[in-house]
Design a protein around this ligand. Structure first.
Ligand code: AVJ
Length: 320
């Protein structure tokens, strides 16, 4: 058994390794999972409530309007599983609807954050006494592995546009992996953001209050906290670009002046030029055609899609 102190070191090693690799690369990059420490997760929660960030609110609207249809289409006697559940704040819409159809509902939220899972268990337990929640603290790989041991007909939720952070080949790999844990009759519910005008997209990733900029810059604050780095956050500009060719938003931190940064834990000196960018994340925006192709290449068959009035967001049901 590893002690919590040892676990801390293991976690820090993963951070150190990823930072060393990403910041020595040309062009420089950091993996987007680094955004989600406690402060980053809190900032992301704030993003989901911004007027410009239409994604969360739009997906919630689709689930509220079509929960009945979605569950009808998914089939009888369902066990719910959610990948990257977080606090499962949108999932309660489906749970509530499912509890009107089945007296007993089993829910397996899977997430890397044990604190988010605790919150989910507490909230859901209070809201739905007839619900049995079995949280699984794991990353995607471990979580997908846990999926295969769950019996009964499964509805696997992968909502919230989390798929958007993956490049297409990685998204296909992940979905294939999920597919392998599913049996005939099981269904996947995938939530993905649709491609749309940059007039809508750009403000969603660069809001007027600057919450998204703080969320992005927190990645450097985290390196200051965990690796004793001396990043000066004021010297970095949050940049959000629409890459039309690859159908994705791209987020960078751009150094405003030429300057040096030292990361003691890695014994690493960084020389950043004026205007040099560190790539932080991609957020893919799918066309309906891309969704069908993504699912097909992952071995799924797209059965039905639901969207909102503006066709800004899509929720898709697929089967093995
Ligand atoms: C958590 C991946 C869905 O891509 O919209 C939000 C992350 N980054 N604002 C997204 C994010 C900046 C978000 N996802």
């Amino acid at each position: 058994m590893a002690t919590s102190k040892q676990l801390q070191f293991i976690a820090n090693d993963a951070v150190a390794l990823a930072v060393r690799e990403g910041l020595s690369a040309t062009p420089r990059r950091l993996p987007c999972w680094l955004l989600y420490d406690a402060i980053g997760s809190d900032l992301f929660e704030q993003i989901t409530e911004l007027p410009e960030y239409y994604l969360t609110r739009t997906e919630r609207g689709i689930l509220e309007r079509y929960a009945g249809e979605i569950l009808q289409q998914a089939g009888p006697s369902l066990t719910l599983v959610e990948l990257g559940a977080g606090t499962a704040s949108k999932t309660c819409i489906l749970i509530e609807e499912l509890l009107q159809r089945q007296s007993r509902v089993l829910f397996y939220p899977i997430d890397v954050s044990p604190s988010a899972l605790d919150e989910a268990v507490r909230q859901l337990g209070r809201q739905f006494p007839a619900l049995r929640v079995n949280p699984i603290a794991a990353d995607y790989t471990g979580g997908v592995h846990a999926l295969s041991r769950i019996s009964g007909r499964k509805l696997v939720l992968y909502i919230g546009s989390s798929i958007g952070n993956f490049d297409i080949p990685d998204a296909i790999r992940l979905l294939r992996h999920i597919r392998q844990t599913m049996r005939p009759g099981d269904a996947l519910l995938l939530g993905a953001d649709f491609a749309k005008s940059p007039r809508i997209l750009l403000p969603a990733y660069d809001d007027a209050q600057g919450v998204t900029a703080r969320f992005t810059r927190n990645i450097l604050a985290r390196l200051n906290r965990e690796l004793e780095a001396d990043f000066c956050l004021d010297l970095f500009r949050h940049v959000a670009l629409w890459n039309r060719r690859d159908s994705r938003m791209e987020i960078y931190l751009e150094s405003t002046t030429s300057h040096a940064v030292f990361i003691p834990a890695l014994d690493m000196d960084l020389l950043l030029e004026a205007g040099e960018r560190i790539h932080i994340e991609n957020s893919y925006k799918y066309t309906p055609g891309m969704i069908g192709e993504l699912l097909r290449q992952s071995g799924f068959q797209l059965e039905q899609s639901w969207t909102d009035y503006h066709k800004w967001f899509g929720v898709h049901l697929a089967r093995v």
